[in-house]
Design a protein. Structure first.
Length: 135
């Protein structure tokens, strides 16, 4: 049933990989949605921390975790949670690439300089992955 709907290739591909271990397509899709929905709070904290400080990042992640639609989509066999995770991660990497936020505080947390080409590349690839994750 999962593959009968129009999907971009990333979600069904991941569901196929997980379904080999679970033996159930619906359970595989649900597991991906729940895990990705929960993991989306990490880039939200990192974006908020970078732009407005740690308390703002934690508050934003808490608000996301309690919001109606992210919770609903995270509990359904939909690609929205995967898309949200990939898009939020790409936004965080893009903020790092552009040097948004405090450079002095950010330099202790980031693996490289804020304007490094590898961050721009990673942000672009993250957006590409987000696009192929959702119809």
């Amino acid at each position: 049933d999962l593959l009968r709907h129009d999907q971009h290739p990333l979600f069904p591909f991941l569901a196929g990989l997980v379904a080999q271990g679970t033996g159930d397509w619906e359970l595989a899709g649900l597991a991906i949605a729940i895990i990705c929905g929960a993991l989306t709070t990490i880039p939200i904290v990192l974006i908020g921390d970078r732009v407005c400080g740690r308390p703002a990042g934690l508050l934003a992640a808490w608000m996301f975790a309690c919001a109606r639609y992210p919770v609903r989509f995270g509990a359904a066999v939909l690609s929205d949670s995967l898309h949200g995770l990939l898009f939020a991660a790409a936004a965080w990497v893009g903020a790092v690439a552009l040097g948004i936020g405090s450079r002095q505080e950010a330099s202790a947390r980031d693996p490289g300089p804020p304007a490094s080409d590898r961050f721009f590349l990673a942000a672009g690839l993250g957006v590409l992955a987000a696009v192929i994750a959702i119809p």
